[in-house]
Design a protein around this ligand. Structure first.
Ligand code: URA
Length: 324
C-alpha cells in the first residue's frame, strides 16, 4: 500500500517525499545534471569523489547525489519527453531551497547537414513543436497539424559557462580526430523540442496519419538558426522562465485571488543544455555505440566541471543534505 497522500495539488508521501521522483529535502543538491538514460547517469556518477547516495523511484526516476570536486551535485535520470522534464523540474524544486542550477545533457537529431553525428551543441534557446490535436480529429479545422512556438532562452551565464567548458573539452579531447567529417562544437544555435520522437520530429511512419511530410522544412523556415531536435530542453527552459517570473512576483493569476498563496522563497532556476548529435536527419546516419561512449564521457565531465564551478550565492544554497 502506498503511503497516504496529503494534498491533491502537490502530492507528497507521509515522510515528505515527492510522489514521482520519490525524493525528499536533503537528498537532492542545488546543482543538477539531468540525463535521459539510466546507464549514462550511472557512468556520470562514477566521477563523484566517493560512493554517492542513489535512489530509484517506483516510476523509474533515478537520482545519484554526491560531491564532485568537493561540491554537492545530483545526477538525475528521467527518461524522455516533456512530461518527464515537468516531473523533474517541479518535484526537484520542491526538494531544494535556494537557487537550482540545472544542466540537461542529452542526445538529439540534427537538421543541418554540416552538423553531423558526433557533433556537440549548446543551444542558446529552444522552441516547442507540438501536435495540434484538433487538426487531426475535427472536420474543417482551420489550423495546421503542428504548432511551432517562439524560442525560450537558456540562462545566459550558465549557457556561456557551459559552452566555454564544452568547447575547451572538445579541443582537449581532439574530438574530430579519426572521424571522416569534422564534428563541430557550436554554441549559438536554437533547439526544437518535440512532443514525439516520431510525428513531431518529422519521422515518416506509414502506420499513422501524421501529416508531417513538410514539417522539418517548416521548422527550418520559421525558426532562425534552428539546428537540433530532441524532446526535453524547451520544457526545462520554459519552466525555469515560469519559476523565475513567480520569484519576481509577476506572471501569475494568483494575486488577483483572495488569500492567494505567497510565492515560495525558493530562489532562481538557472538552466542550460548541451546536446550530442546521435542522428543526422538529412543523411540518416546514426551514431555507433563506441562513439556514444567516448562522447558522453568527455561531455559529461564538462557538465560536471561547469556545475561545480558555477557560482551560487551562499544564501541561495541548501546547506543540509546527505552529502554533509
Ligand atoms: N533524441 C531525439 O528526440 N531525437 C533524435 O533524433 C535523437 C535523440
Amino acid at each position: 500500500m502506498k503511503d497516504e497522500l496529503k494534498d491533491a495539488n502537490f502530492p507528497t508521501t507521509a515522510d515528505k517525499r515527492v510522489y514521482h521522483l520519490g525524493l525528499k529535502k536533503g537528498e537532492v543538491a542545488n546543482r543538477m545534471l539531468v540525463v535521459g538514460d539510466s546507464g549514462r547517469a550511472r557512468m556520470l556518477a562514477e566521477n563523484f569523489d566517493s560512493q554517492p547516495f542513489h535512489l530509484r523511484s517506483d516510476r523509474g526516476f533515478e537520482c545519484y547525489t554526491g560531491t564532485y570536486n568537493k561540491t554537492p551535485i545530483s545526477v538525475l535520470a528521467i527518461g524522455m519527453g516533456f512530461s518527464a522534464m515537468d516531473f523533474l523540474v517541479r518535484e526537484a524544486r520542491a526538494c531544494v531551497d535556494g537557487d537550482m542550477v540545472v544542466i540537461r545533457m542529452g542526445s538529439c537529431g540534427s537538421l543541418n547537414p554540416d552538423v553531423g553525428v558526433g557533433s556537440t551543441v549548446t543551444p542558446v534557446a529552444a522552441c516547442a513543436v507540438t501536435s495540434d490535436y484538433d487538426y487531426f480529429t475535427q472536420e474543417d479545422y482551420a489550423g495546421e497539424p503542428y504548432r511551432i512556438s517562439k524560442p525560450v532562452a537558456a540562462d545566459p551565464d550558465l549557457h556561456q559557462a557551459l559552452f566555454s567548458t564544452v568547447k575547451e573539452a572538445h579541443e582537449f579531447n581532439n574530438a574530430d580526430a579519426g572521424t571522416d567529417a569534422p564534428s563541430p562544437c557550436l554554441g549559438d544555435i536554437v533547439n526544437a523540442s518535440a512532443d514525439s520522437f516520431y510525428s513531431s520530429q518529422g519521422r515518416i511512419d506509414p502506420s499513422f496519419a501524421d501529416t508531417n511530410t513538410t514539417l522539418l522544412q517548416n521548422i527550418i523556415d520559421r525558426v532562425p538558426n534552428v539546428t537540433t531536435l530532441e524532446m526535453e530542453t524547451h520544457q526545462l527552459f520554459f519552466l525555469a522562465h515560469l519559476a523565475n517570473k513567480r520569484q519576481e512576483g509577476t506572471g501569475t493569476d494568483q494575486p488577483t485571488m483572495q488569500n492567494a498563496p505567497k510565492p515560495p522563497t525558493h530562489g532562481k532556476i538557472r538552466a542550460a543544455a548541451v546536446q550530442m548529435v546521435f542522428a543526422a536527419r538529412a543523411s540518416r546516419a546514426f551514431i555507433s555505440p563506441a562513439q556514444v561512449k567516448q562522447l558522453q564521457t568527455w561531455v559529461g565531465r564538462a557538465c560536471l566541471d561547469t556545475l561545480a564551478a558555477f557560482h551560487i550565492p551562499v544564501e541561495a544554497t541548501q546547506t543540509d543534505g546527505i552529502w554533509n
